[in-house]
Design a protein around this ligand. Structure first.
Ligand SMILES: [Zn+2]
Length: 193
């Protein structure tokens, strides 16, 4: 039986509301172990369907999968910038710009509520909807707290709830201590004559 469970399902530092969906997509790969939920269509399909990126009964092509993975890494580039990294490069920007240029965003009025939406009939439209989630998060101030782990081998995305918003690690007990110990050993080596 195909399972839809994944490491990111039990996120230790989950983002609030819809921003969690952006975090979930970026965290479909565990860079340290090399496990990638989106590596194979048979594995990726159930996860994408469960996470609203693939319609019920829709088949997933290799091309779709390549688009999702390109978007995932472009979004990671954006989140790395939140964590003090460089701004996303032209390649990452181009991936998201293509998504935006090809898509249609509608203004939706429901009673007194006005929102932006996509038609969501294609995978690209569903991915475009994630850009709308980012837009909302940029307006309400939550976006800047979505960060990549400072361990460059990890880059897992976490939501920084620390009081001073100075959180650095996806998990202090793993990445934080690992790197601290490494730094400590490096210092020890330097101090050894
Ligand atoms: Zn980490």
């Amino acid at each position: 039986m195909t399972t839809v469970s994944w490491l990111g399902d039990a996120e230790a530092k989950p983002a609030p509301g819809a921003l969690r969906r952006v975090q979930a997509l970026i965290n479909t790969v565990d860079r340290e172990s090399g496990q990638d939920r989106l590596a194979e269509a048979a594995d990726a399909g159930p996860w994408l369907a469960a996470n609203g990126l693939l319609g019920v009964g829709e088949t997933l092509t290799r091309r779709d999968l390549d688009v999702v993975i390109a978007v995932r890494e472009a979004l990671r580039a954006l989140v790395m910038h939140n964590a003090g990294g460089p701004p996303p490069d032209d390649a990452a920007t181009a991936v998201l710009r293509t998504l935006a240029d090809d898509g249609v965003v509608r203004v939706c009025v429901d009673g007194s509520s006005v929102s932006l939406t996509t038609d969501r009939i294609s995978m690209r439209a569903r991915l475009l909807a994630l850009l709308l989630v980012i837009r909302d998060a940029q307006l309400d101030g939550t976006w800047g707290h979505l960060k990549t782990c400072a361990n460059e081998a990890c880059l897992w995305v976490f939501f920084d709830r620390s009081r001073n918003h100075g959180g650095t690690w996806c998990d202090m007990s793993t990445c934080g201590n690992k790197l601290k110990n490494r730094d400590f050993r490096a210092r020890q080596r330097r101090s050894t004559p």
